[in-house]
Design a protein around this ligand. Structure first.
Ligand code: HEC
Ligand code: HEC
Length: 203
């Protein structure tokens, strides 16, 4: 709903806000949702090679996109395109895509199901569960599926998560987030192994 008293700053919203606004509109409006989803499923053919068909990655160092939250995926696409999250391949690929292609793949992957990966090592997973409950579930939720804005970690690929957590912890600049850096201040490498084992096993 648009209010007459809305401040003019809204009208000067940045391209980033427009992209997220259009996604929100698509989530509300089936007539926009349907064609964007179709575009997304076509674009996804380009991503299959690395992220797997339907976004279940065949390799532990490439993230699943299946079941990942739409707002989060679209925000990561922006970060890659602008070089805030550093990955040269992803930057070059996403920079040439249209807004509707980016919104489309975010919707498409959000609709896919993650394949479950049962726990491999019970002791490590139990240690990880205790850490997760204490330090992580306040944001990523007890089920690990986050919310529409926040990253899903349930079932995510283990090598990918380990690398991501170490990047946040060292703050090297490849990928920065203050909340994540603070959450990991006291974490040793073996704490990271444990929490990753638990998140990987979450359905
Ligand atoms: C050549 C392999 C390759 C292809 C093709 C590829 N990606 Fe990626 N993608 C990666 C890798 C590797 C990462 C992890 C990058 C990192 O964290 O450094 C990644 C990360 C991502 C992320 C971040 C996921 C997260 O959990 O934060 C998104 C979103 C993404 N890719 C979307 C796409 C989309 C959409 C396509 C197709 C249009 C695509 N990728 C094609 C390799 C690929
Ligand atoms: C205060 C909220 C908050 C807390 C607490 C938190 N996270 Fe996060 N987490 C985030 C945000 C926000 C992001 C996305 C940051 C970005 O854009 O790179 C994220 C990203 C991640 C990612 C990357 C997901 C992906 O697909 O690339 C992993 C893995 C993760 N968090 C695990 C954890 C673990 C493990 C803990 C506990 C030790 C934790 N988080 C605690 C907010 C939080």
């Amino acid at each position: 709903m648009v209010f007459a008293s809305e401040p003019p700053a809204r009208a000067r919203a940045s391209a980033k806000v427009d992209l997220q606004d259009r996604l929100k509109e698509a989530l509300r409006n089936p007539r926009l949702h349907e064609p964007l989803l179709k575009t997304g499923s076509q674009v996804a053919a380009v991503c299959d090679r690395c992220h797997g068909v339907g976004g279940n990655s065949p390799t532990p160092d490439v993230p699943n996109l299946a079941g990942q939250n739409t707002v989060y995926v679209l925000e990561q696409a922006r970060q890659f395109a602008e070089g805030e999250r550093q990955n040269e391949f992803m930057r070059r690929m996403i920079r040439v895509m249209t807004s509707d292609e980016k919104i489309g793949f975010s919707l498409f992957y959000g609709n896919q199901k993650v394949k479950p990966a049962p726990a491999q090592n019970a002791a490590l997973t139990a240690k990880g569960q205790a850490l997760y409950t204490k330090d992580c579930e306040s944001c990523h939720e007890d089920h690990g599926r986050g919310d529409e804005h926040l990253a899903r970690v349930a079932g995510q690929q283990p090598v990918y998560m380990t690398v991501a957590l170490k990047r946040y912890r060292t703050g090297s600049g490849t990928r920065l987030d203050r909340d994540m850096a603070e959450s990991l201040v006291t974490y040793t490498d073996s704490d990271i192994d444990a929490v990753v084992a638990y998140m990987r096993s979450m359905p």
